[in-house]
Design a protein around this ligand. Structure first.
Ligand code: CUA
Length: 158
């Protein structure tokens, strides 16, 4: 049979058609997740040495910026206290090797690399303790590499 001016076997044509249908479903699924589900992906930010200084900046009562530094074998800051309803921008980098950064219970999953800054925003609407893990094997102390976010502190107790 002819397809776009090319002679194809009917099984070839079916395989091609199946691949096109699968690709179309895949592309629309991606658009759905980005649009309707408001999912987002980590952003890359230009690196400079100021990102190697760990800190939590309070922008207002419900907006924070966390400058997170991973190094063998821990995260700094290792404890972050924020009120319920806070929106947090995480800026992540590493002082040495490649580390992982995963917040349990949130869809935040990033890599920390020296010379790169990765940014991701998360909103914490439920009180609780959210653990952060390194999920990339980074040496003998890898399994001890964690931090936590404590959500539920009134902002005037910062
Ligand atoms: Cu850092 Cu594993």
């Amino acid at each position: 049979m002819q397809f776009l001016g090319v002679e194809l076997d009917k099984y070839e044509f079916r395989a091609l058609l199946t691949a096109m249908v699968v690709m179309t479903i895949f592309i629309f699924s991606m658009l759905y997740v980005v649009g309707a589900q408001r999912s987002d992906v980590p952003q890359c930010v230009n690196f400079d040495k100021s990102y190697l200084t760990p800190r939590v900046d309070k922008i207002d009562d419900s907006t924070y910026e966390v400058y997170m530094v991973a190094q063998m074998w821990g995260f700094q800051p290792d404890e972050i206290r924020i009120p319920v309803g806070s929106t947090v921008d995480f800026y992540l980098t590493s002082k040495d090797v490649v580390h992982g950064f995963y917040i349990d219970g949130k869809d935040v999953n990033m890599m920390a690399e020296y010379g790169n800054v990765t940014k991701r925003t998360a909103k914490f609407t439920t009180a609780g303790v959210y653990k952060i893990f390194c999920h990339e094997y980074c040496g003998v102390g890898h399994q001890n590499m964690e931090a936590r976010i404590i959500v539920g502190f009134p902002s005037n107790q910062q």
